[in-house]
Design a protein around this ligand. Structure first.
Ligand code: HPA
Length: 267
């Protein structure tokens, strides 16, 4: 754990109180409203030195610490993507801070394109696994042997079971599937989508995978849920753009919030 992370955690505790955080939530494009549901304190990333500027529209760059469904959470309103800086480890410091605040669990959310005809826009999907199709890795340059992180079951099976039970209780359809990480920021070509479909991916997006690698590196239990904002390139006539992503994200966000609220007390 870097000294910087410990210092930032101290600063956050001074502002938000000493009680340890249980769960970290990372909010994807257009999924930021969940931060507003937390009873707590919002700290702009600007006040946390080394935190990403989170310069992508549809993200609110602040950390909210407080209670959600009786669980102490840290909600990251914005994330740094690889494509913003060319740095795969852009979320390392925020996740180290999460760990230093006491969290043992990290849940990432994202907007994603679907490659499954029965999983259209507005649906949500719990990640069962991922394909790192970018070939990039946030641990490149890490000097210790801890860099050799096992990734089997990186999406914690027990946590996924909690999501499934929560979705059932909330009467929300929750798909499960494999997420492929493309670096972005350009969207995929039709041939690229055909390729990753053939390789076994169900959804595609530009985030989450580096965070889950870092989360496992830090010993956090990881889970992730995608909100499907479009059918992937070539899968339908639907337009694909960032504004479409932001416009469609609220459809899934409402379901995501129901599932997360129902899941949190059981995590
Ligand atoms: N591709 C990559 N990232 C995305 C998509 C997509 O189709 N939709 C939302 N984020």
């Amino acid at each position: 754990m870097s000294r910087n992370a410990e210092e930032l955690a101290d600063k956050i505790r001074e502002i938000a109180g000493d009680a340890p955080v249980r769960v970290g939530l990372i909010l994807g494009s257009g999924l930021g409203h969940l931060a507003g549901a937390v009873e707590g304190v919002a700290i702009p990333y600007d006040e946390l030195e080394g935190f990403p500027h989170a310069g992508v529209s549809g993200h609110v760059p602040q950390l909210v610490i407080g209670q959600l469904e009786g669980v102490r959470v840290a909600v990251f309103g914005g994330r740094a993507h690889y494509y913003e800086s060319g740095r795969g480890d852009a979320m390392r410091l925020p996740l180290e801070v999460l760990k230093a605040l006491g969290a043992d669990t990290m849940i990432a959310t994202n907007a994603a394109g679907s490659m499954v005809p029965d999983m259209p826009t507005g649906e949500i999907m719990a990640l069962s696994d991922h394909i790192n199709f970018s070939g990039l890795n946030p641990l490149i340059g890490e000097q210790t042997d801890a860099r050799f992180v096992p990734m089997k079951d990186c999406y914690d099976p027990a946590l996924r079971e909690v999501f499934v039970a929560a979705a059932k209780a909330a009467e929300v359809t929750l798909h499960q599937g494999v997420y492929a990480w493309y670096s972005g920021p350009s969207f995929e070509t039709v041939a690229e989508i055909r390729a990753i479909r053939t390789l076994g991916a169900d959804a595609v997006g530009m985030s989450t995978v580096p965070e889950v690698i870092l989360g496992r590196f830090l010993g956090l239990r990881c889970g992730a849920i995608s909100a499907i904002t479009n059918m992937a390139a070539g899968m339908s006539d639907e337009s694909i753009s960032h504004s479409h992503t932001k416009a469609m994200a609220p459809l899934g966000a409402a379901k995501l919030e129901k599932v997360l609220r129902a899941a949190l007390p059981h995590i």
